[in-house]
Ligand binder design. Structure first.
Ligand SMILES: Cc1cc2nc3c(=O)[nH]c(=O)nc-3n(C[C@H](O)[C@H](O)[C@H](O)COP(=O)(O)O)c2cc1C
Length: 531
């Protein structure tokens, strides 16, 4: 399948949403937690909140710490992928996590690869967010290096999104990988890890499947939903002797494996074959050549938000998606607006970009609703000038005026002055959150490389997810709140921009504003019994 064909058929239109289930049985939702029965379980410490870094400090100096103990691994996962709250309303309760997920369905699974980590047997572990624990899937039987090495492998259970969202679910799974990679990068920065130690390890999908054990058919009994390989990142990559992708692979291939995957959903009423086709079409078949990303060389704006001197761990832990915004709230400051946009620029040694295999190719189109001193309207943030050939193909009436007071390196342009609240909400499947906020935006991706390298489709979504994660966290630091928006009418947005060819496509929307809190919902902390 041509991946652009998948993209085309999973567009939402006002009169025809992408194909999804005609009805949903809310009483029979899939189990939100994968587990592997029969594995030894290692409970992880819950000490992440003690990490001293402030939010603002994450943009000053990179730390110099390494993650070498089980305690470090516990902190890293607690601040990236763990549960962060249980919620209750009426008779139902549900968990929320540090990382966001489309529909709170959490298709992303994480595998910890550890060698020489104090307190952990060398091996491959599956992370259990419900327990904040590791399941030992594979014990390494040989040792490759004396120095500690740590890596994380990410996979997706596509069914976990597909049962609810149907064909469009493959896109959401990819967004979620991007959010998860970014969450890990922010957690590592919070723990003071040297930013140069974190980077993706370029291996093929088959290799990643082998080293996470998700290709072991015998461990997935009939009905146990498959996982698909996504991305491998090292957290010790700058250290001499740190294990490479090939090293991990040979350890896993010679290791001794244990554990049987659970069945998440006994009844699959619908089949969405196109998701498997899209996964096949975007497989990484050969190790990708190292990318040469264009980074922003101007130092990042240091956050001055009202919570910027809070601990970064606190900002990470409190992150939530806004359900509604306060329509009566005043404008946010320009400083806040520029800081949020600035942090979406890819910088070599800033989170979350060190964890991403692709950081270029996405530009932002911003609906400014309420920003002090800026006229409401449509603005463009050129994150990647090389991918901005679309400029002369857009609507002729766009003025492309630089914005007074905006830092020059931002590449921020006003295209059109107009009230855009209703338009933004309409484009986002009529969701009020896109119009009632201070600003919302669409992420326009350069799709021109996909014919030669279709796997880049997934990586562009990961990048979009990571941009979303920076906005989520920076919004919290400014006393605001954000929400990722995966439900939008694709071609409405392209029409608005005046783009008709398929070379550029919007992959994600996001909105930021002053949130309203639903006080009917009760919240309590997770892992109470462990504290
Ligand atoms: C990729 C993605 C797409 C999302 N799309 C929407 C959306 O269209 N509308 C919405 O209200 N929330 C959306 N959300 C927010 C999720 O519903 C939210 O992350 C989830 O319920 C978990 O809540 P939390 O973010 O507070 O942890 C999206 C989140 C992600 C990561």
């Amino acid at each position: 399948m041509d991946i652009l064909e998948y993209h085309r058929r999973t567009k939402h239109r006002p009169d025809a949403y992408a194909k999804g289930p005609a009805s949903i049985d809310w009483e029979a939702q899939p189990d939100p937690f994968r587990r592997y029965d029969g594995c030894d379980i290692v409970a992880l410490p819950l000490e992440g909140m003690q990490a001293p870094s402030t939010w603002a400090s994450l943009w000053q100096d990179s730390g110099d710490r390494s993650l070498t103990t089980v305690r470090d691994v516990g902190c890293l996962l607690e601040l990236s992928l763990a549960l962060s709250a249980w919620k209750q309303y009426g008779g139902s309760s549900w968990s929320l996590r540090v990382n966001p997920s489309s529909g709170n369905l959490h298709p992303t699974e994480c595998y910890v690869l550890a060698s020489g980590v104090d307190g952990l047997v060398d091996g491959v572990y599956h992370y259990r967010a419900d327990l904040h624990a590791l399941e030992l899937r594979c014990c390494f039987t040989s040792v490759n290096s004396d120095s500690p090495s740590l890596a994380l492998g990410f996979t997706s259970v596509h069914w976990r999104e597909a049962w609810k969202y149907g064909e469009r679910a493959f896109r959401y799974c990819q967004h979620d990988v991007g959010h998860a990679l970014a969450s890990v990068s922010y957690a590592a920065a919070t723990l003071g890890v040297n930013a140069a130690d974190i980077r993706p390890l370029m291996i093929t999908d088959d290799e990643l499947a082998a080293l996470t054990g998700i290709d072991r058919a015998e461990d997935y009994p009939e009905g146990a939903e498959a996982e698909h390989p996504d991305c491998l990142i090292t957290l010790s990559g700058g250290k001499s002797g740190s294990l490479t992708g090939s090293d991990w692979l040979s350890l896993a291939q010679q290791g001794s494996w244990k554990g049987i995957a659970n069945v998440l959903d006994r009844r699959h009423f619908y089949e969405w074959d196109v998701i498997e086709e899209a996964a096949q079409a975007t497989r990484i078949l050969e190790r990708p050549a190292p990318d040469h990303p264009e980074y922003c060389e101007t130092p990042a704006i240091i956050s001055q938000g009202i919570r910027a001197t809070d601990k970064a761990a606190q900002i990470i832990y409190q992150r939530r998606s806004a359900q509604a915004f306060d329509q009566s709230a005043g404008a946010i400051s320009q400083q806040t607006f520029f800081t949020l946009l600035d942090h979406t620029l890819a910088r070599r040694h800033c989170p979350p970009w060190n964890a991403l295999p692709s950081v270029n190719g996405i530009n932002l189109f911003v609906f400014v609703h309420k920003v002090d001193g800026l006229k409401p309207g449509l603005y463009a943030l050129i994150r990647d000038a090389e991918s901005s050939e679309f400029q002369n193909r857009m609507r002729e009436q766009f003025v492309w005026e630089s914005v007074d007071g905006a830092p020059e390196h931002l590449g921020l342009y006003c295209l059109l002055n107009a009230g855009t609240q209703r338009t933004a909400a309409n484009i986002s499947c009529q969701q009020a959150i896109a119009g009632d906020s201070a600003f919302s935006l669409g992420m326009l991706a350069d799709m021109r490389g996909l014919e030669a390298e279709p796997y880049q489709y997934r990586q562009l979504f990961w990048q979009a997810g990571a941009i979303g994660q920076t906005l989520y966290l920076d919004a919290e630091a400014e006393g605001l709140r954000g929400t990722g928006i995966g439900c939008y009418y694709d071609d409405f947005m392209h029409d608005l921009l005046g783009l008709s060819a398929e070379d550029y496509q919007v992959l994600y929307h996001f909105t930021v504003g002053v949130p309203l809190t639903d006080h009917r919902i009760t919240t309590w902390r997770p892992y109470q019994e462990r504290r």
